[in-house]
Ligand binder design. Structure first.
Ligand code: SDX
Length: 429
């Protein structure tokens, strides 16, 4: 008999089943709570609420552990390319060499956009936020592949996943090229995933961008480290939209919108703004940390803190090392990295951050790497989205294949007016 939780409400006692995951996480299963007790639970921000059972990613926030399908992310530091990790997340195991070659070939084949899509880019002002373009274009993509609205078998799904993962680069690069008034650069089938993206971003019609190996490896690892993070805000959004049986493209477009927020994927842009403010001498690191502790300032130490990690975010540790290594490989220094290290040192010795277990998160160092690669700040969150896309697709498919997929529809506690009558205009005070 599995363990039970006892709920006492007035004179009644209710036994609720406790479920346990493969890593010992435990949850009280309340799926029939309202039917049995007339009560619901209330958990703003869902900090204590599990929305599903998932086999994709495991996080231990107390110990700073992050694993994709059981593999610790530290083991991806010098190994696979992003496409292989995308396969692992989506299909639940490492691909054979033949599967990996075939998937890469599908990505290469699907890198181009329908020429009709270019007109959509032209319709945006050059100042349009790239995340607005990205979410719009992912939905627009689906209009060219209506056969992928209904994904009934594995082959159809794999084709849709390959198209999305491949074309998201082209959409992102075209959004950038449009914003700077440069011609679109077609994908080069000879190039692999990351090199092809940088080619589309930085080549000229008359001169191909040669991708520095250190830059390619750094961006490859950034994409891997952003690839999934269990039920974060944007992935939960993809699951909620997908639970209505909306198609994969619409669900991922919604994920882009959620990721855009400055408390989520938009934080990597805010971190650079914060570091730049300090670099320009408008505020010292010490003053900034003081402001971040002062609730009235509305200032937060961006790139710090996390809903789940109450220890170092393992991605932040790895990205801090990647930033150091890349700058050394490029023979460059970046004062913002020194400022980031200084902020980290001050914060991690300050009781306010220590007591609240606020550590650097994935966004704290990623912007410094992207800046070193030459990615403009307004594209930082787009890079996060390119990385996170396989995770969104994996969760959408896991939910889509689930035996019990109910539409996501939380309850609420109503605190508005009790019943009252309509008052015509001439009787109103
Ligand atoms: C991502 O969920 C994921 O997995 C997300 C992500 C992923 O891979 O998908 O990891 C990516 O979104 C990383 C987070 C990026 N965002 C930021 O860096 C923005 C700054 N961080 C915070 O806004 C905050 O830490 C959150 C949003 C990340 C987490 O918010 P929570 O869990 O709701 O925490 P909270 O706001 O309740 O804070 C708890 C306390 C509060 O103080 P008290 O009320 O207890 O006195 O900590 C304080 C907060 O004021 N606090 C901060 C702080 N973060 C929390 N104070 C100053 N600076 C901060 N950064």
């Amino acid at each position: 008999m599995s363990e039970q939780a006892t709920l006492i409400l007035g004179d009644s006692r209710y036994e609720l089943p406790v479920v346990e995951g493969t890593e010992g996480e435990r949850a009280i299963d309340i799926r029939d709570l309202r039917a049995r007790t007339g009560h619901i639970t209330l958990d703003p921000g869902f900090a204590n609420t599990g929305s599903c059972e998932s086999a994709i990613t495991f996080i231990d926030g107390e110990r700073g552990i992050l694993r994709y399908r059981g593999i610790p992310i530290e083991q991806f530091a010098d190994g696979p390319n992003f496409v292989e990790v995308a396969w692992l997340l989506i299909f639940g195991r490492l691909p054979t060499e033949a599967e990996s070659r075939r998937f890469s070939a599908e990505l290469t084949a699907h890198a181009n956009l329908d020429e009709g899509m270019k007109h959509h880019f032209e319709g945006f002002p050059r100042s349009a936020p790239p995340m607005a373009i990205l979410s719009a274009m992912i939905n627009a993509l689906s209009c060219f592949y209506p056969e992928l609205f209904e994904l009934e078998d594995d082959d159809q799904f794999r084709c849709a996943a390959a198209r999305l993962i491949s074309k998201v680069r082209t959409v992102a690069a075209y959004a950038y090229r449009h914003s700077v008034g440069k011609p679109y650069i077609y994908p080069d089938p000879k190039l692999r995933y990351v090199s092809n993206f940088l080619h589309m971003m930085f080549s000229q019609p008359y001169q191909q961008h040669i991708c520095d190996e250190a830059v390619r490896d750094a961006l490859n690892l950034i994409l891997i480290l952003h690839a999934d993070h269990e039920q974060n805000c944007s992935t939960s959004t993809v699951r909620i939209v997908g639970s209505s049986q909306a198609n994969l493209f619409a669900s991922c477009a919604a994920g882009v919108c959620a990721l855009w927020g400055p408390l989520h994927g938009g934080a990597n842009v805010e971190v650079l703004t914060m570091l730049d403010e300090i670099h320009r001498g408008r505020v010292t690191p010490e003053e900034y940390v003081r402001l971040a502790k002062d609730k009235d300032s509305k200032v937060r130490l961006m790139g710090f803190g996390h809903r789940v990690y109450k220890n170092f975010d393992p991605r932040a540790k790895m990205l801090g090392e990647v930033a150091e290594r890349l700058l050394a490989n490029l023979g460059r220094e970046d004062p913002l990295l020194d400022i980031a290290r200084k902020l980290e040192e001050i914060a991690l010795s300050d009781p306010y951050f220590v007591e609240r277990k606020l550590y650097p998160n994935v966004d704290f160092y990623s912007g410094i790497i992207l800046r070193a690669i030459g990615i403009p700040t307004n594209m930082f969150t787009v890079i996060f989205a390119i990385g996170r896309l396989p995770g969104w697709i994996a969760h959408w498919w896991e939910q889509h294949q689930g035996s019990v997929t109910r539409i996501a529809r939380p309850r609420q506690i109503y605190v508005g007016n009790t019943e009252m009558d309509y008052v015509p205009f001439d009787a109103r005070g």
